[in-house]
Design a protein around this ligand. Sequence first.
Ligand code: FNR
Length: 386
Amino acid sequence: MAHYGDMQNAIYAGGLNGILPDFPVDFASLEERAEKALSPGLLNYVQGGCGDEHTQESNASAFHQWGMVPRMMVDCRKRDLSIDLFGIRLPSPVFMAPIGLNGEVTQDRKGDLAAAQASAETGVPFCASTLSNTPLEDVVEATGDTPAFFQLYTPKHEGLAESLIVRAQEAGYKALVITLDTWVTGWRPRDLNTANFPQLRGKVLENYFSDPVFQSLLEKPPQEEPETAIGTWAATFGKVLTWDDIGWFRDITDMPIVLKGICHEDDARKAADHGVDAIYCSNHGGRQANGGIAAIDMLPGVVAGAGSVPVLFDSGIRSGSDVVKAIALGATAVGIGRPYTYGLAIGGARGAAHVLRSILAEADLLMAVNGYPNLEAVRAAGARRV
Ligand code: FNR
């Protein structure tokens, strides 16, 4: 039986023939490589966060305050990392979080397709962002047999919102992830100091420009009058959502509905009461609001509030051990964000696939060593505050 951890055997075997891995397996080295690969503007946008970036840094460092205790005399030669989500059996609890700048980070500016290919290669589901250089239909096609999710930034224009949702459903996405925390952009000093906001430069807007309802708002096609199209995008971006809106989404789509950005236990409870299919605990990687608490420290409360509703988690995951800790604290599935985007930047689809495989290998080997043959055992063992 093959295991994710087998990746290390292949690396060491390569070393015997003088072959080193093309890409690093740890986050610090990966980030260092990405810093060299990305232009200053892109690096600021991907690496940067809100305010003095304290929340963003806490997201990652807070994982050090949680520890797991190994169990011995357990036969862990076979590990099972699979989960059920939305009635789909997935080989691992890991997915690719929506990153609305993937399109820009590869040389060919088709990073969304590269991310989708990495998903197809690894079996790790890709949550495609509304902000994309490639229309959502082409992105999902590139994910092959791996299920994909669509993340929606809900436009103020109802017809446009409906059109994007219907397109996503018809294209074959398996869930609708509605981001709640970004109807307005948070205060991001790195981007402000360089007066750089990629969308206002016409980047990553292809889902809008290819949309018939969006096009009907324009007198001329976006290619002919890009400034008007960008202005229309800015004017329609960012509906403020309230609990009353859930019914509207339900009327439009049969896709499972996931609410992204829930950090408070009571909000998780409300989301469960409103019948959503999953709750996504995330603080947007500290990009939207500074001054918050690390997302992983919010996870146990969200899990308690969610009851039997599955909880997805991201913000600060940098390694396989972070993934296992999030599972131990009650997450059903765990989103990788910046690490795979750095992988795209340094090596396209191959780079992103390498990052995902490295994270899975570390998670698998941690479970092997710690005596956790499956995710139920991880949850039963739990994580302790240290
Ligand atoms: C994001 N994130 C994000 N979220 C979302 O719902 N839609 C989006 O388009 C984007 N775009 C985006 C761009 C960039 C450059 C980053 C870094 C992040 C947030 C993302 O889904 C996830 O919540 C964070 O990336 C998690 O934090 P870490 O683990 O990447 O630090």
